[in-house]
Ligand binder design. Sequence first.
Ligand code: NAP
Length: 299
Amino acid sequence: MEPIVNNNKKVVIFTGATDGIGRETINVLAQERGLKLILTARNIEKGNKVAEELNRDYKAKNDELEVSVMKMDMASLESIKEFVRDFKALNIPLDTLVCNAGVMPSTYQTTKEGYEHTFGINHLGTFLLTYSLVDKLNQSTFGGNIVIVASRMHYKITKLDMDHLQSNEKTFSYQNDYSRSKLCNVLFAKELDKKLRARGSNVKVNSLHPGFAVTSLIREWGYFAQKVVGAMAFVFGNKLEDMAEGMASLTLNKANETGKYYQLKRIEEPSKLSRKEGLSEQLWNKSCELLALPQELTL
Ligand SMILES: NC(=O)c1ccc[n+]([C@@H]2O[C@H](COP(=O)([O-])OP(=O)(O)OC[C@H]3O[C@@H](n4cnc5c(N)ncnc54)[C@H](OP(=O)(O)O)[C@@H]3O)[C@@H](O)[C@H]2O)c1
């Protein structure tokens, strides 16, 4: 890891920048001046390779480019806690957090702590990481900014039962589990925004559907399924560059929006279920219970 010094740049922690939409978005952000990019990676060699590519491709055009890589596996709550400890030990500010890392496995798999992957990584991992860093974001002199990458797929869920937030080996369905985890992302961003506003915090938080494109998200899927999704993306999909522009734009959040759900660069209404009175608070409380976190934020 490159040594990190505080030189008054905006510090951005970006998860899932080693592949897919995140990888494309980090190319856009590398061309912005005044940012210190911290990429988290479960595979540190892959992360370092991305940092090398960014320096090779953009350093000459942007002499302020600063990229560091830190280890974090979102499939392990312990690894997330370790990352938070390591980051806080650097004693530098945090201005923006982009929670983009996510999975859509085709089979039932579990995290280190035994949670089904989509629920464990996409929701619980995102929740723990954000919750643990919100105090740092609240101290940002730029006004903190959080992006929670969700998905349009969250519209598919019409009922959320707090006692069945994750599947088991028998009930696993890649589509239901993924869609439910993405609804959890939308609800989490909504409730966090509500709590931050209630505390008079300046931190902004929005959720985002980044668009639709074939990426490594479906790397584990069979040949036929990949071909079908490829054909759908050809007809209904988005250009990766447009998706990256959307994610980069919300990362910078020059409009200072908060509490919104975006599709690329447009603010849209999230699903009816996500707007149901009290549901986001129920999910917040349940997630805190599972993660043994106090329901009250410490800012
Ligand atoms: N593609 C779409 O059409 C689409 C649509 C809506 C929403 N999304 C959302 O957009 C986000 C990015 O998806 P993508 O399509 O870019 O997928 P992708 O190409 O598979 O990239 C996912 C990123 O997340 C990282 N990641 C996965 N598991 C991780 C773990 N356990 N710990 C740490 N990092 C992990 C990956 O790291 P590695 O490089 O190590 O694999 C990679 O950097 C996801 O949240 C996804 O749900 C995607």
